[in-house]
Design a protein around this ligand. Structure first.
Ligand code: ZN
Length: 122
């Protein structure tokens, strides 16, 4: 998702807040998956039927995939929010998150009119 569109729509402060909430939802998802894996591992035994074993192995693999995806998303979202957050303070007057987007990468301070690059267009 392009951050400029969301920042334009929500304003930087709300965008930042939502990114933190989303990141932590992924962190919690990753954590719950680890608990699910631990619970399944405890149930894993080679005494039961092969079908039962395969169900638990499948559950462990699914939880591991979702959990890893969740932790990677957590890390990526947080890194992006931090990176933009570092550039959210106006160099002219020191106002935090008080800017409007004038292009997909540049912003203008609402207090003093100073313009700077918020998003590196790579
Ligand atoms: Zn300013």
């Amino acid at each position: 998702m392009e951050p400029a569109d969301s920042i334009r729509r929500l304003g930087f402060a709300r965008w930042y807040e939502r990114r933190l909430i989303e990141a932590h939802a992924w962190l919690i998802t990753g954590f719950l998956c680890m608990i699910a894996i631990a619970a399944c591992m405890e149930e894993l035994s080679f005494r039961g039927s092969i079908a039962r074993l395969l169900v638990y192995v499948g559950a462990v693999l699914a939880a591991a995939a979702i959990g890893i995806h969740g932790l990677v998303r957590y890390q990526k979202i947080l890194a992006e929010a931090e990176r933009l957050g570092e550039h959210a303070t106006c160099g002219g007057c020191g106002a935090y998150a008080r800017f409007g987007l004038i292009s997909p990468s540049h912003v203008r301070c609402r207090k003093c009119g100073n313009e700077w690059r918020l998003i590196d267009s790579t």
